[in-house]
Every structure is written in C-alpha cells, then in structure tokens.
Ligand binder design. Structure first.
Ligand SMILES: Cc1ncc(COP(=O)(O)O)c(C=O)c1O
Length: 458
C-alpha cells in the first residue's frame, strides 16, 4: 500500500471508530460481519445510522452525499416523500395477506406501459427475477442452456453464478471463455449448462450457438455491463444478439435490474431500440422497498397460467412493497425527474472530465441515465477482461479520499458506479466535484509514480 493511500485509510479510521467497533461485534455472529459479501471491505465497512434525501449519516455522525444508494436501488433517494406516504398508509392496513389485491394489475399496467412486455409476475429481488426468467426460457424452448457473458452479474442462483468474476488463470480463450463457477456449491451440471461468451464480441456468441446447436434457450445480459464499473455495448452489439436469437429460436433476456428504472423512462429497450423477449426488473423500481418483476410475451407467461412452470412466493406483491412500487412509478420515475437527473449527470460528468484533463489523470468518465463512473483506464473498456486491468490501489485511494471528504462517490468496489437520485441537488453535485478536485492531483501523482515504478521493474 503506498503512503498517500495509507494516509487516507488512517483518516478513515480516525473518523469512523464506532463503525470499527460495530463491525468487530458483528464479526462474532455474522460471517465477514456483513449481511451480503458485497458489503465487506478492509479495514471495515461504514455502519450507517440514518438517511434522508441524498444524504446519510454513519454511527459516528459523519454526513455523506450518497451516490451508493444501496448499490443503485434508490434512484428515489432516501425516504422519498411520495413513497413514504404510500408506505405509511399501508402499514396500518395489513402488511401481508398472501392474497391478490387491486394494486397488482395497476403496477403490472404501469410496467407494460413502459416496457415491451405483455404480462408480468412479481417477486422481491433481482435474483428471483432472473432465476424465474431463465426457468421460463428453458420451459418455453425445451432447451437447458442459458448463454451468459463473462463478468455479467445476474444474482445468486446457480445459473447466474457462473463466470461472474473469474481469475486470470481460469479465463481460457477470450473468444471462447471457460465457464467458471462463482464459488463452491455451484453444481457442475449448472456450470455445464451455461456457455460463456465475451461482451461486445458477437463472434464469441455465434461460436457458442454453433457448438451447442438447438440447445441454447436464451441469452441473458445486462444491456449495459454495470458490474464492471460501467461498460457500454458497442453500436450494433445488442441488435446483433437479437438477430442471433431470432435465427436460432432462442429468447433474449434483458436483465434490467440496474438499468430498468435508472436508464430512462423505457429502460434499455427504449434506449437502444431493441426489444428483448423478457425483462427482469428490481432495485430502483421499489423506491426503497424490496420489489422485483419479470415480464414477457403472453405466450411465454401462458406456461405459468397452464401450471406448466411453477412460480410462487410468500412475500410476492405484499401491499407495502407494491404501494412503494406504485408511488415510485407514478411520482418518482417521472419524465420531469429523469430530466432533472440527466441535468445533474451532465454536470457531474463534465465536472469530472475537466478535473481529469487539468490534473493529467489517466482516466475517463462514462455515464448513462442516473449512473456513471470514474474509470481508471487509458481507454474505454469493452469487456470483463479489460476491466480486470484496473489499478485497485489507485481506485481505493479515490474512494477513501472521497469518503473522507463527505462524498460516498459510489459503493465500495471498483466494479460499481455512482447513482444520482431524484433528490440530489445542484449543490450536492458542486460539493461532489469540489471533493474530486481536491483529491485528483494526489491521484494523478500516485498514478504517475506507480506507472514509472512498473516501467523500472519491467
Ligand atoms: C444486473 C443485476 N442483476 C441481478 C442482481 C441481483 O439482484 P438482487 O441483489 O436484488 O438479488 C443485481 C444486483 O446487484 C444486478 O446488478
């Protein structure tokens, strides 16, 4: 660890002793001291006390502008008044029944108005949505294999946990990546059913269809890779996938858990002008409550209607989450709010670019809808293997230095990105940019020194 990074981490430790103590206590009973492995990082994660609007406070009372926003699940911002009002009204009229109610068709209708789907089923997490979408695709085609892209993340079920973050020795050929289980406990049979291709490489997709004739049920993808920072599909890539699916009788599944609400009014299908067969939604559609949905053609959903594919869940469409979802679609994800967030996004990206240019930091800024990221690379990344070349210490330097200045610029980990909520203000963006302007010269200096060191040793 180099001295400037060490200095920022020491400052972090000085500012957050209550988080350190709380983490130590958690470790006694909870693996890694956190409820999701993504929340664990060294020396210990910040423990949160409360949030409001675009800010949150930690246990020590430090205030942060929040661009983590629960890993992008809160485009509404914390405690959005419309969502809170809807939730509070429901809290006193019964929180769960396990019976149908009249908010279900209302929310299904809202979704069908924005996304090219005819029918919708609901769940509680992105993992559930992609799991049911994959099963439905298998049922609809009578095929077992789901093609996914190296580095794309679709949640925690067996089909999804393949080649999420493989390590270099396991990579295989970039045009025919090896399928690598994302940890122990993923059955070999699951891995064998997930052929892997490279994002932005249509030839690698064609190859998989050639190698598995009549066996691939669907391609699943994040239309924008948002588990490697932010990696855009190159022009023609998504349309190319649509064509390959059509030629091979496979379904195209857009995992829009991140892009669905945050990219714009109609999500990725509107943004890229390509219609998938299925869409998976979660995170920001719930306005802060657990809510997910998957939607597709009526002909595919008929498999559920005919009891051929099973879908259920005790917590599905619980009135509290559904009330939050309705308020989110109607009062948060509005055209005016998208315009507001777009304006802030342009201001933030342009401000970062100016500072990057001024300091000579080798990096670029990329943004789409409410999301964006400082990408510490000399040129735009196109796939997972480009992403792994990041200087992780330099990235940690950026993150801790921003946090020490009251800006959680994004969730911890260099595979994430910032989210701008509808409650962020111009003043928040000004403060964010001032913090970055303060931090960037040290980043540029550290980068130059580290590059020079590498040059000496090679
Ligand atoms: C693209 C994508 N799909 C699926 C998931 C899984 O969602 P959840 O954590 O709600 O299960 C995530 C979570 O980060 C995601 O980013």
């Amino acid at each position: 660890m180099y001295p400037e990074l060490q200095k920022e981490i020491s400052t972090y430790e000085r500012r957050t002793p209550k988080s350190a103590a709380a983490h130590k206590r958690n470790l006694e009973r909870i693996p890694l001291g956190v409820a999701s492995n993504y929340r664990a990082y060294d020396p210990y994660p910040i423990f949160v006390k409360e949030g409001q609007g675009s800010h949150f406070r930690d246990l020590d009372g430090n205030d942060y502008i929040d661009h983590n926003l629960c890993f992008g699940a809160l485009m509404a911002g914390h405690c959005h008044p419309a969502v809170m009002k809807a939730v509070q009204a429901r809290l006193t009229t019964g929180t769960m029944f396990g019976m149908p109610h009249d908010m279900e068709w209302q929310l299904a209708e809202e979704i069908a108005q924005r996304f090219p789907v005819e029918m919708v089923r609901f769940g509680n997490s992105g993992t559930e949505a992609t799991m049911h979408a994959c099963r439905l695709a298998r049922a609809a085609t009578g095929r077992d294999k789901i093609l996914k892209f190296e580095g794309c993340y679709h949640g925690l079920h067996d089909t999804a946990l393949v080649s999420v973050k493989p390590h270099a020795p396991e990579f295989g050929d970039v045009h025919a990546p090896t399928a690598v289980p994302g940890g122990l406990g993923v059955p070999k049979s699951a891995v064998a059913n997930v052929p892997i291709a490279t994002f932005n490489d249509l030839d690698s997709v064609e190859l998989r269809f050639k190698q598995n004739p009549g066996e691939i049920a669907a391609i699943i993808l994040e239309p924008i890779m948002m588990n490697v920072g932010l990696c855009m599909p190159q022009p023609g890539f998504i349309q190319g996938l649509r064509d390959i699916c059509d030629r091979n009788g496979a379904l195209l599944i857009f995992d829009e858990v991140k892009t669905g609400a945050k990219l714009g009014w109609g999500g990725a299908s509107e943004y890229f002008g390509v219609k998938p067969d299925m869409i998976c939604l979660a995170k920001s559609i719930g306005g802060g409550l657990p809510l997910a949905a998957f939607g597709t053609h009526k002909a595919v959903m008929d498999l559920i209607s005919q009891h051929k594919v099973f879908h259920g869940g005790t917590y599905n469409t619980n009135p509290v989450s559904m009330a939050a979802g309705l308020a989110t679609f109607r009062e948060v994800l509005t055209r005016e709010n998208y315009a507001h967030v777009d304006k802030l996004s342009t201001k933030l990206s342009e401000g970062y670019r100016k500072t990057v240019a001024k300091t000579g930091l080798q990096a670029y800024i990329i943004s789409a809808g409410a999301n964006g990221a400082l990408m510490l690379y000399p040129k735009e990344i196109r796939n997972y293997r480009d992403w792994v070349t990041v200087d992780t210490d330099l990235w940690r330097h950026y993150w801790f230095a921003m946090v020490n200045r009251g800006v959680m610029a994004q969730p911890y980990w260099w595979d994430e990105q910032w989210t701008i909520s509808v409650q962020h203000t111009e003043a928040d963006i000004d403060k964010h940019l001032a913090a970055f302007a303060d931090v960037a010269p040290a980043l540029a200096k550290a980068q130059q020194e580290r590059t020079a060191e590498v040059a000496v040793h090679t």
